[in-house]
Design a protein around this ligand. Structure first.
Ligand SMILES: NC(=O)c1ccc[n+]([C@@H]2O[C@H](COP(=O)([O-])OP(=O)(O)OC[C@H]3O[C@@H](n4cnc5c(N)ncnc54)[C@H](O)[C@@H]3O)[C@@H](O)[C@H]2O)c1
Length: 442
């Protein structure tokens, strides 16, 4: 099938590439000309494992192309996916101006002689957005144009997006027309995934409800971690004991610094906002947000307690990305921690295997040292903070780190370092929801 994807970011680029990989002809459109040009030259605008090879092979097979020309893409493609940003507004509502702009642009191009078209919303949007997109198209498209609007929310996770797209748990398709549903099922037929066929509004709601539930699960275990710290229990063991119950599952029960990224914070906010607008406020999710924000504060308070005054203390931070295997720093807790440390006068050095450039943009105006090497980052530091769960931090040579640091203190905000190993290397080891460990004095 001929598919257009409008918006070539983390979602659009990976989705378009995977569609091409299963045999569709895909045109990825973006209004960022520099991004399109770099993709045409084979340069990746983002870091996502396994993506680059797939792009190269599908471009050379002639199934994948990049353009800024939305009009020609819409003209030649049966299905047009919208994958543009839906960032939060100040009041927590979703900024739908990108969706509106693209819907309008698509409408301006459509002509009856092109034949039937489906416009698919892949971006995460509040319930009822699809109806608004339909309205815009009806209002601005030439008379006689035949279009259906479909919701097909995306559930990929950055860092494992290719695997998630090629083997999805399920594909949600929300359509109010059988013709659109049948065509959408043909798009996904090569993936052999279970398809959840629902109406347009239910599909939109599934995405907000799913992300909010995952955020809730994270906040739940983080709230439990605070109780564990007070009670001298171990949150990792508690999570294991809870998670072996199939009704609960172990996924998303990792205590840490809280959720971040471009999705959970804004989707929880967006869901709260739309629920209030509809007169069925999801108060529960406000508590989820409160716990999430509190988790970082509690952690910082423990670091402060240990170092007393942060001013002029040398702090090494491992991790800038909001999670491992990505260069994305949107709403990254690591970045928030660094900002706070800098504001309090600490001398910060930071290392991340992939997110240095994206982080430097976000941290403009903050004075810190970016290191090329995770060990160099710890030289002369009085405390090491682990802020992102990259595997290489879990496997670090702690003896080497101990030799480089000025004081032997680790604060592991992701519970990924083996505490006994840290103590064996001579460290005080502090983590989330577990007793702190200290080296023996003899
Ligand atoms: N990133 C994720 O992990 C993820 C997962 C599931 C769903 N989503 C949702 O998918 C949507 C996109 O997220 P993303 O992370 O890919 O965003 P992104 O910022 O990485 O990419 C969006 C792209 O859209 C382009 N764009 C903006 N306006 C445009 C226009 N008028 N015409 C053409 N291109 C335009 C931008 O230049 C950018 O390249 C959001 O609604 C997000 O909530 C994201």
């Amino acid at each position: 099938m001929n598919l257009a994807i409008i918006g070539t970011g983390y979602v659009g680029l990976t989705t378009g590439t995977c569609f091409a990989e299963v045999g569709h002809n895909v045109v990825c459109v973006d209004n960022n000309a520099a991004k399109v040009e770099s993709l045409r030259q084979g340069k990746m605008p983002i870091y996502e494992p396994d993506l680059e090879d797939l792009i190269v092979s599908n471009v050379s097979a002639g199934r994948l192309e990049f353009t800024t020309d939305l009009a020609s893409a819409v003209k030649k493609c049966d299905i047009v996916f919208i994958a543009v940003p839906t960032p939060p507004n100040e009041d927590g509502s979703v900024d739908l101006s990108y969706i509106e702009a693209v819907s309008h642009e698509i409408a301006d191009v459509l002509k009856p002689e092109y034949g039937y078209r489906i416009v698919v919303d892949k971006s995460t949007v509040p319930v009822s957005t699809g109806s608004k997109v339909s309205q815009v198209i009806e209002r601005y498209a030439a008379p006689g144009v035949e279009v259906d609007v479909v919701s097909n929310p995306e559930f990929l996770r950055e860092g494992s997006a290719v695997g998630d797209l090629m083997n999805p748990d399920r594909v949600v398709i929300g359509a109010d027309s059988q013709r659109a549903m049948d065509m959408m099922k043909r798009v996904y037929q090569p993936f052999n995934a279970p398809i959840v066929e629902v109406d347009l509004h239910s599909a939109e709601l599934i995405k907000h409800a799913a992300n909010s539930f995952l955020a809730l699960k994270i906040s739940y275990i983080n709230a439990v971690s605070a109780v564990c710290e007070k009670a001298g229990a171990d949150v990792e063991l508690v999570a294991k004991g809870i998670g072996m119950d199939k009704r609960i599952s172990r996924h998303f029960l990792n205590a840490g610094l809280g959720y971040g990224g471009s999705c959970f914070p804004k989707d929880v906010k967006g869901f709260i906002h739309i629920s209030e607008q509809l007169g069925a406020p999801l108060e529960l999710l406000k508590e989820v947000e409160r716990i999430n924000a509190g988790q970082m504060e509690r952690f910082l308070e423990r670091v402060r307690e240990k170092l007393w005054v942060l001013r002029n203390k040398k702090v090494a931070v491992w991790g800038l990305a909001f999670k491992q295997n990505t260069d994305d720093v949107r709403e990254s807790v690591a970045i928030k921690i660094i900002k706070r440390l800098c504001e309090e006068g600490a001398i910060v050095s930071a290392y991340d295997p992939k997110a240095r450039e994206t982080a430097a943009r976000d941290l403009q105006g903050y004075e810190l040292t970016y290191c090329d090497d995770m060990y160099e980052c710890t030289r002369d530091a009085e405390v090491l903070i682990v802020a992102t769960e990259w595997k290489q931090f879990a496997n670090a040579n702690l003896m080497k780190v101990r030799e480089l640091m000025h004081l032997p203190i680790i604060f592991d905000g992701r519970n990924i370092i083996h505490g006994e190993n840290a103590v064996h290397a001579g460290f005080e080891y502090h983590s989330i929801g577990r007793k702190s460990l200290y080296p023996s004095r003899d």
